[in-house]
Design a binder for this molecule. Structure first.
Ligand code: GLA
Length: 458
């Protein structure tokens, strides 16, 4: 991969209504003009859920919805943030003293993650200030990665203000790491696709080392996103981190069972790599080594030969230290089987068999079942929405993103799209109690969009 950074594009702001509106609002807010704009897109994950932080490849594409920020560097060392959405209050802080409160996932903290990540990368402690006006159109808490898009956009803004250069891969890695300042132990999928996306193609994102490979989606089908309208913020609850920890513990127990040096192992993929066996075989090892009843912290300590104190302070994250049961067998089974589905999905896209759409749909359906039953990251509304989508013509439908709410993604044969949209609209959004999200954002077909960019006024 070329090690170039995100592109800077010259645009006539007057020809872009959203930029023009943002420029006007910026002027009303700060009494000056922005010097540049940056955008970073959200994403929809087509397949490969909850496996990035286990070291496995995922298959997302960027969506058109994004975070857009108008920026003016200032000499005062003050960082002033405003948002076009009145729900998100203004925020201001000294650029030299960034404090991120993990207890409240407030909107500006995501900006601060990207800002701090870049600042630390260059070892700077005296940063120039800036005025920023943020305009996002990714529905929040919907599993389309609005939070990572803001972290990435803030990272790109900071890099641009500093006049420094980094490759897209470096930016993605820094932003993935710095989003953890908010307290969630996410993998790197969202930040990677936000920077590495290219219009017209989904990407296989591989980790260690991070790289992205084009995956050409079938021409006869459309990917449709539907919002369950159940909002989920993964930083506000411990669901997400509990899953990360369950996978970490499963990896350690599997490694110990196989006589590997388990204390350094953090990811399920590392166990497979050390054993040098395939994913099918890893599923068999999981059957042998783990039991399906939940594990208590005591039992885990007994298996690993460590104290409860060591488990809490050296292995678990701060917000999972009091968890009473861990389901290791189910989580490991999900991860190894989902990792295999990602490779199968990519292979089908390359081989283009006649029944391609059906085969891809089957994999997406299996993924949802696994997320629902083994990973337990669905919710009744998502299950209902997936059923409705399948009933009205989707070949496959699954939750996308972290889950516990948010969106589904469905693969729909192109000729069925109009009736699919009309029927799902009626069955999910109108028939029962009218769902709340603004109609336009509820249900829409999407195409692979481009990655993060800087816009300069021509
Ligand atoms: C969130 C995380 C990602 C990934 C998904 C689940 O979006 O930020 O890293 O783990 O959940 O696939």
């Amino acid at each position: 991969m070329a090690a170039e950074g995100p592109a800077a594009r010259r645009v006539q702001v007057a020809e872009h209504p959203r930029l023009l509106k943002l420029k006007d609002m910026f002027y009303s807010k700060f009494g000056s003009m922005p010097k540049f704009y940056a955008r970073a897109p959200g994403r929809v994950n087509i397949i490969g859920e909850h496996i990035d932080y286990c070291g496995y490849s995922v298959l997302p594409m960027a969506v058109e919805q994004d975070m857009l920020i108008a920026v003016e560097p200032v000499q005062t060392h003050t960082l002033q943030l405003a948002n076009t959405n009145p729900l998100y209050p203004d925020f201001s802080t000294s650029a030299n003293n960034i404090d991120i409160d993990k207890t409240k996932p407030l909107w500006h903290n995501y900006f601060l993650c990207g800002f701090k990540g870049i600042q630390e990368h260059f070892g700077l402690n005296k940063l120039t200030g800036m005025n920023c006006l943020v305009d996002g159109n990714i529905p929040p808490g919907s599993g389309l990665s609005s939070s990572s898009a803001l972290v990435c956009c803030a990272g790109l803004v900071t890099l641009t203000v500093l006049g420094q250069k980094l490759s897209k891969v470096e930016l993605a890695e820094i932003c993935a790491k710095s989003e953890r300042y908010i307290g969630t132990e996410g993998g790197g999928m969202d930040q990677s696709i936000s920077f590495l996306a290219e219009e017209g193609t989904a990407k296989l994102i591989e980790f260690s080392p991070l790289r992205a490979t084009d995956v050409k989606l079938p021409s006869g089908a459309v990917f449709v996103i539907a919002n369950s309208c159940v909002e989920m913020n993964k930083a506000a609850t411990s669901h997400f981190n509990i899953r990360v920890m369950e996978c970490r513990l499963a990896a350690k127990l599997l490694a110990k069972y196989k006589g590997l040096q388990w204390d350094k192992v953090l990811r399920l993929e590392e166990v497979q790599a050390s054993l040098g066996i395939g994913l099918e075989e890893m599923l068999l090892v999981t059957e042998d080594a783990l039991h399906s009843e939940p594990y208590s912290p005591k039992e885990i300590c007994r298996c690993l030969g460590i104290s409860l104190e060591e488990l809490r302070t050296q292995i678990l994250s701060p917000n999972t230290q009091d968890v009473l049961t861990f389901k290791l067998y189910q989580r490991a089974k999900h991860v190894y089987s989902e990792a295999a589905r990602v490779y199968q999905f990519k292979k089908i896209c390359e081989e283009v068999p006649d029944n391609m759409v059906q085969l891809l749909g089957d994999l997406m359906n299996q993924s949802h079942t696994s997320c629902r039953d083994l990973y337990e990251c669905s919710c009744p509304e998502l299950d209902q929405l997936v059923d409705i989508c399948r009933k009205f013509g989707a070949q496959g439908s699954r939750l996308t993103g972290a889950g516990w709410g948010g969106c589904t993604v469905s693969i729909v044969p192109a000729e069925k799209l109009p009736s699919f949209l009309a029927n799902v609209q009626e069955a999910y959004y109108q028939r029962s109690s009218p769902r709340e999200a603004p109609e336009k954002q509820n249900l829409f077909a999407t195409k692979p969009g481009g990655g993060a960019l800087v816009f300069l006024e021509a």
